[in-house]
Design a protein around this ligand. Structure first.
Ligand code: FE2
Length: 421
């Protein structure tokens, strides 16, 4: 007797439909036709069953604040930072937790069960960080939240910021963040990257740096991150987020850098919805896309995942937290339109994200793994990206967490519609 049985599942890498049995929070059997019964049984009728989506880059602390205290009229990153600077004077634990929890619920309903969120730690009371650390504990039975200590105003942008970062790590942040391109000088930016690596080693944490999120082709902190990763051997535990300046580097430099990046083995996160919106704002025409070289990084064997970055905040007033939406945008703006590239974009919001978050063996669909599964109203990843279907069933820790009915279209009886035979 199993807890849950899923009948006739289409898995990404197998052609035959399979049954999946869950018991005591684990996947215990995957076979063509499992004998026996379960407390709950679902015939998924050939739908795609996938490991959960991974949101590898989001700012939960600023979510749902768009328009408060004012809208970002210019649309540029730096006006967004100013507006957030005004809003964050008013933060309370309850405000941050309520907004962040709502995003997590919306994401879980869309099949996201692993989330890495940045928390702004440039604010002296560390309210955003404390709120997300409390929320991490509160939601751990249904969704995994990783918290990055992110110095939005620069590690050296104000005298107290370096100490606030260290305090954040003592409080339990999972990841050391950074923003070298927004430090007051190039030298401060380089120094910040070195300090981030020191702190990550001292406190045994991961690294995720907002790196070169600008169109300036002279913004070259990625090479510093790469060098530190090579020297420390920390590559798989290190992530460079955004790297939008990489889009604008001259090709001779980009070619040389790519070799160093391969040697470093660091992870990359692109945020195509946001990058295509915020970047290129100082251009007239031609207007740059400003998204990092996803296609080339992926072809070079580097691990690339995708993030939503923002949901209704001063940088992006839209956003639903849907990861297929990110993958769909990546296909377009990164020109990942080859058949295998479209499949690769699905990996970027699932398995690659799991690698970025260092989830290890706890992620994936195989016997013995934790029972986290999503049923999509699609037949395969390509179909999922094309049609952006709902997640009909989301199973977390071996239990059904949420169900969504797909929309139904019905032609009116009197309509004469040609039928293709
Ligand atoms: Fe970000």
């Amino acid at each position: 007797m199993y807890d849950v049985l899923l009948r006739r599942c289409a898995l990404k890498d197998t052609s035959a439909l399979l049954d999946i049995a869950l018991s005591q929070g684990q996947i215990v059997c995957i076979e063509p036709a499992i004998e026996g019964s379960a407390t709950q049984e679902f015939d998924v009728q050939g739908k795609l069953v996938t490991a959960p989506f991974v949101e590898s880059h989001i700012h939960l602390d600023s979510a749902f604040t768009a328009g408060q205290p004012r809208w970002n009229q210019s649309g540029v990153l730096f006006e967004g930072i100013q507006i957030w600077g005004e809003y964050k004077q008013t933060l309370s634990l309850k405000d941050v937790k309520d907004r962040a929890r709502e995003v997590l619920k919306q994401q879980a309903a869309q099949g996201v069960l692993f989330v890495r969120s940045h928390a702004d730690v440039s604010e002296p009371k560390l309210i955003a960080l404390q709120a997300l650390l409390e929320l991490r504990e509160e939601v751990k039975d249904w969704i995994t939240l990783q918290v990055v200590a992110f110095p939005q105003d620069g590690l050296y942008g104000a005298p107290q910021n370096e100490a606030l970062m260290e305090e954040s790590l003592k409080l339990g942040a999972d990841v050391v963040g950074g923003i070298p391109h927004y430090e007051l000088t190039r030298e401060d930016g380089v120094r910040s990257v070195h300090r981030i690596f020191e702190l990550a080693q001292q406190y045994d944490r991961l690294i995720d740096i907002h790196c070169d999120e600008i169109d300036d082709e002279q913004s070259r902190f990625l090479e510093v991150v790469s060098a530190c990763a090579i020297r420390t051997g920390m590559g798989s535990r290190v992530t460079a987020s955004h790297t939008t300046a990489f889009h604008s580097y001259n090709n001779a430099y980009a070619f040389k850098l790519m070799g160093f990046l391969q040697k470093s083995g660091i992870n990359f996160i692109a945020n195509p919805l946001i990058n295509i919106t915020l970047q290129g704002r100082t251009d007239t025409y031609p207007k740059r896309r400003g998204v990092t070289r996803v296609k080339e990084l992926n072809a070079a064997g580097l691990n690339v995942s995708l993030g939503h970055d923002c949901v209704m905040d001063p940088w992006y007033s839209l956003g639903t937290g849907n990861m297929i939406n990110c993958a769909h945008m990546a296909v377009h703006v990164c020109q990942m339109t080859g058949r295998s590239e479209i499949d690769a974009c699905f990996d970027m919001v699932t398995t690659n994200g799991a690698r970025t978050l260092n989830l290890g063996d706890s992620y994936g669909i195989a016997v013995g793994k934790p029972a986290n599964l999503v049923v999509l109203d699609a037949t395969e990843p390509f179909d999922a990206i094309r049609r952006q279907p709902v997640a009909t069933h989301v199973f977390s820790r071996g239990r059904l967490l949420v169900q969504t009915e797909p929309a139904k279209t019905q032609w009116a009886a009197q309509t004469s519609v040609p039928v293709r035979t």
